[in-house]
Design a protein around this ligand. Structure first.
Ligand code: CTP
Ligand code: MG
Length: 177
């Protein structure tokens, strides 16, 4: 999950500048995505998510355990094209899920930053999973077994809340959610 967890907080740190929707509104008079979704955030997030995955691949090429826990692989041995594609799908998918939810929030009339409980905590997980499942179904099914899916769904909101509280206090998040 690391390549999917890293993009959102790093988008918050590096985001800003031109909005992905170019400031445009939909027919309902509301922004397509809003000023909280920028190109800089998107590219910085994908970049750091992929960097994290590539560092994981490098670690895996030297050892398949960490603190004697067997580590999952991204598919294949070493830096294979399929492993890089899985890493990209996790990183891109997480920000895609985040954008999709902003689109949905704007359609519901929620302003940028308005809280949308559960969706705010899990949109990026579902985005990462759906995109990765579409791109690499065999890898996804082999690695995201039911107990792992449940563990991720329980742990992610806690991780998300704690990183956002940190982000709020260091001033990169406007709201602590
Ligand atoms: N961010 C960005 N580009 C992205 C995603 C996030 O620039 N693709 C930055 C924005 O500065 C944003 C911050 O990260 O304000 C936090 O992201 P998020 O909580 O997803 O955005 P919100 O501002 O809460 O907007 P929304 O209501 O659309 O979720
Ligand atoms: Mg938000």
């Amino acid at each position: 999950m690391l390549p999917a967890y890293i993009p959102s907080p790093l988008a918050a740190v590096f985001g800003g500048g031109k909005a992905i929707d170019g400031g445009r509104n939909m027919g309902d008079g509301r922004r397509v995505l809003g000023d909280g979704k920028t190109y800089r955030g998107l590219f910085a997030g994908i970049f750091f998510g992929m960097l994290t995955g590539l560092l994981q691949l490098y670690y895996l090429s030297r050892s398949t355990t960490l603190l004697s826990v067997e580590l999952p692989s991204f598919g294949g041995e070493g830096i294979t094209a399929s492993a890089v594609i899985v890493i990209f799908s996790l990183a891109f998918g997480s920000l895609f899920g985040d954008m999709f939810m902003s689109f949905f929030k704007r359609r519901l009339g929620l302003k940028r930053g308005a809280p949308f409980p559960i969706a705010d905590q899990l949109d990026f997980v579902l985005g990462a999973w759906i995109i990765t499942y579409l791109v690499a179904p065999a890898w996804f099914s082999a690695n995201f077994t039911l107990p792992i899916i449940i563990a991720v769904l329980v742990l992610t909101p806690l991780l998300h809340l704690s990183t956002n509280i940190i982000g709020y206090y260091i001033g990169v998040k406007n709201e602590p959610w």
